[in-house]
Write a protein that binds this ligand. Structure first.
Ligand code: AMP
Length: 183
């Protein structure tokens, strides 16, 4: 039977690699070309939604900004709510937040503390996992809000940067549609 959806290998060919962005030595894996292709976008969401459904998701959390693109679409596909994990200063209500280390300096993520009911299964979605700093901080934050965080879904994993392994080490199963070698 012919699958109506593009396979992960076909999706990988739709990701554009831009060398030396945003700095020399980084191979930027650009999803603009993937999401601009209607079957590419639909199939990515389909594959992620299958995983989220199997994980028993009650809520989908997406990390700003590219996690919003895939996460919100997955939530709609499954008929469940979406929780934005935001950069600081964006949300109008009283928030909870977490600071986390970057290679140079720190960054912060914030969310609405009432967005999750205690004990709900929250599945995280982002476009890419590199060092895992963003995903680890998000998992901690979503747990602070009362969520059970046991699964994280990514379109792209860069396994050489170790983020997926770090996330698994904190009790989160990691699934990615594709991997790229190197940074
Ligand atoms: P990290 O916290 O190191 O796992 O980085 C995760 C975030 O940085 C992801 O949400 C990506 O959007 C972005 N990112 C990191 N490395 C790359 C890369 N090589 N290509 C594209 N985006 C990247």
């Amino acid at each position: 039977m012919v699958s109506p959806h593009l396979t992960p290998d076909e999706l990988k060919r739709l990701v554009r690699t831009v060398p030396d962005f945003p700095q020399p030595g980084i191979q930027f894996r650009d999803i603009t070309t993937l999401i601009g292709h209607h079957q590419g976008m639909a199939a990515s969401v389909h594959h992620l939604a299958e995983r989220a459904k199997a994980a028993g998701a009650d809520k989908i959390a997406g990390m700003e900004a590219r996690g919003f693109i895939f996460g919100a679409a997955v939530a709609v596909q499954l008929g469940i709510g979406f929780v934005p994990v935001r950069k600081p200063g964006k949300l109008p209500m009283s928030t909870i937040g977490i600071d986390y280390a970057l290679e140079y300096g720190t960054d912060r993520l914030e969310m609405d503390p009432t967005a999750i009911q205690s004990g709900q299964k929250v599945v995280m979605v982002d476009d890419l996992i590199a060092t895992g700093g963003t995903a680890l901080a998000s998992a901690d934050l979503l747990r602070m809000a009362g969520g059970i965080v046991e699964h994280a879904l990514f379109v792209i994993d860069l396994p050489d940067l170790g983020g997926a392994a770090r996330l698994r080490g904190s009790g989160v199963a990691v699934h990615a549609l594709m991997e790229f070698e190197g940074e």
